[in-house]
Ligand binder design. Structure first.
Ligand SMILES: [Zn+2]
Length: 133
C-alpha cells in the first residue's frame, strides 16, 4: 500500500491543463489525498485519480431515445392530420385531435387526464394543457 502524505508527488488529473500531471499533495483527508497543487500551472484543486478520469462517451441515454421515439410518433401523427384545431383553454378536445398551439406548435392529443386537462404531444415533448374551461 502506497502511503501518501502532504508534500509528496502524485499523478493527478489537472482540470486546467486537461492532462494527468505531476502534482504535489497539499492536504490529506485521513488516508486519502484531498487537495493537490499542479506542478505545471500551480493551481490547487481536489485530487483526481488519473485512472478514474475516463474520456466522455457519447451515450444515447434513455431520455434521448424516448425523445426520438416521441419525435417519430409526433411526425406521423402530424402528417396524417386533416386539420389543426386552434388551441385555446376554452376549446374542448378529444383524444386524437390535432391542435395548433401558439407557443408549442402542432400537437396531438394523446391522453385525456381529466375533465379539464389533456396531455398533448408536441415536437418538443409532452405537455399538459387545460381545456374545456
Ligand atoms: Zn495544471
Amino acid at each position: 500500500m502506497t502511503m501518501y502524505s502532504v508534500g509528496k508527488e502524485v499523478v493527478s488529473y489537472c482540470g486546467k491543463c486537461k492532462l494527468s500531471l505531476g502534482h504535489i499533495i497539499a492536504s490529506m483527508l485521513s488516508d486519502k489525498i484531498d487537495k493537490v497543487v499542479c506542478k505545471t500551472c500551480n493551481s490547487t484543486h481536489k485530487h483526481k485519480d488519473a485512472s478514474a478520469v475516463k474520456p466522455r462517451k457519447m451515450v444515447l441515454g434513455t431520455k434521448v431515445r424516448a425523445k426520438a421515439a416521441n419525435d417519430d410518433h409526433w411526425k406521423s401523427a402530424i402528417e396524417k392530420a386533416a386539420q389543426f384545431l386552434p388551441y385555446t383553454p376554452q376549446n374542448h378536445f378529444k383524444l386524437g385531435d390535432t391542435i395548433e398551439h401558439t407557443k408549442f406548435g402542432q400537437g396531438l392529443v394523446e391522453k385525456l387526464i381529466d375533465a379539464d386537462k389533456i396531455e398533448v404531444l408536441f415536437r418538443e415533448g409532452y405537455k399538459t394543457l387545460v381545456h374545456g374551461k
